[in-house]
Write a new protein. Structure first.
Length: 342
């Protein structure tokens, strides 16, 4: 930025705070600290022991009370990285306190809550971002670009699969698979289709006594004629050593885009077997942080810092994703196709 005399005036840094210091909250902290345009001003967690991270990372503000953190008038952006069921109140409080907010996915497990977040953001003229990180994964983003620039053109159909190791189900069955796994591909399908879903038919398989299914299939029909099939499961054998086994295929009028994660990265072979680490989302190496999370937080920080547009991300898309997730739940319960209101 320049003043009228042409001199360069450095833009002030975005001052960020992180609410929730679980494993993913720590990733937010690491990613923010790696960005030159961001200063991490404060962190908050109800568990005081987790605030030791703030000391380790040199963060001056440390709170166990969300209200106390939000009393500060020097914070621009807040990441809400609490448990999914606890997203609403920190988000509303931060917006009403004049902060911009990134709320992690799923933004809520209740459609009414997601709509209330958006209403309050508009009422207080604050930016509200969903944590839809795959839009910042270069390979998923390139599929989108290939739709937009005509390389594959308007989608006709798409298939998106997401598979995680069986052992993770012990932790993540706390919430239905549609919210803790399929939510990513719901956003990709909505983004790629450029349309709204008009009907849903879903199928689930329960292999244990847990309320959440180990395997979930959903067939989405979009208003513009696109058909999407989504499959999420917690069935990858841990012994396979594959952190993520995800794939996407988009068939367009001009071509086809395909991406598969489990065969496209580093493999480590040793006495314990094969390990295929995940590199695209968040990784630390040689003292540096890189990945889609860092790119996402950098993009959003620049939108706030420079007053630039942020149409690349869409909270209304996130709201629609929760609407579709609720339809998927209803379809699995009733065994019927669910038609969404236009």
């Amino acid at each position: 930025m320049c003043d009228d005399g042409g001199r360069r005036i450095p833009m002030k840094k975005v001052r960020a705070a992180v609410i929730g210091l679980g494993a993913w909250g720590q990733c937010h902290l690491e990613a923010y600290r790696s960005l030159p345009q961001v200063e991490v001003a404060a962190v908050c967690d109800a568990n005081a022991d987790r605030l030791r991270l703030a000391e380790e990372y040199g963060v001056p503000g440390r709170y166990t009370s969300i209200d106390a953190l939000l009393e500060r008038d020097d914070i621009d952006l807040v990441s809400v990285v609490t448990f999914e069921k606890d997203h609403l109140q920190p988000t509303l409080k931060a917006l009403r306190a004049g902060k911009h907010v990134l709320v992690e996915k799923p933004v809520s497990t209740e459609l009414a809550e997601a709509k209330e977040m958006w209403r309050v953001a508009q009422e207080h003229n604050r930016k509200l971002y969903p944590g839809h990180i795959l839009r910042f994964d270069p390979k998923y983003a390139e599929v989108y670009n290939s739709i937009q620039n005509g390389k594959i053109g308007q989608p006709v159909s798409m298939y998106l699969k997401r598979s995680r190791p069986k052992s993770l189900f012990a932790t993540f069955h706390r919430m239905h698979t549609v919210f803790l796994l399929m939510v990513h591909d719901l956003d990709m399908a909505i983004w790629y289709a450029g349309s709204r879903v008009k009907s849903v038919r879903a199928y689930s398989r329960h292999l244990s006594d847990k309320a959440s299914p180990e395997v979930l299939w959903s067939v989405l029909q979009f208003e513009n004629g696109v058909t999407a099939v989504l499959q999420s499961n917690w069935m990858s054998p841990d012994e396979a050593g594959v952190e993520t086994a995800d794939s996407v295929e988009v068939i367009g009028v001009n071509g086809i885009a395909q991406y598969e994660t489990s065969f496209s990265g580093l493999q480590i072979w040793n006495q314990a077997g094969r390990t295929t680490p995940e590199f695209n989302i968040h990784r630390k190496a040689n003292g540096h942080v890189y990945g889609a999370l860092r790119d996402q937080l950098g993009f959003l920080s620049d939108c706030i810092r420079n007053g630039e547009g942020d149409a690349y991300v869409s909270f209304p898309d996130a709201i629609h994703g929760i609407e579709v997730a609720e339809a998927i739940l209803e379809s699995t319960r009733t065994g019927k196709e669910i038609v969404l209101e236009p």
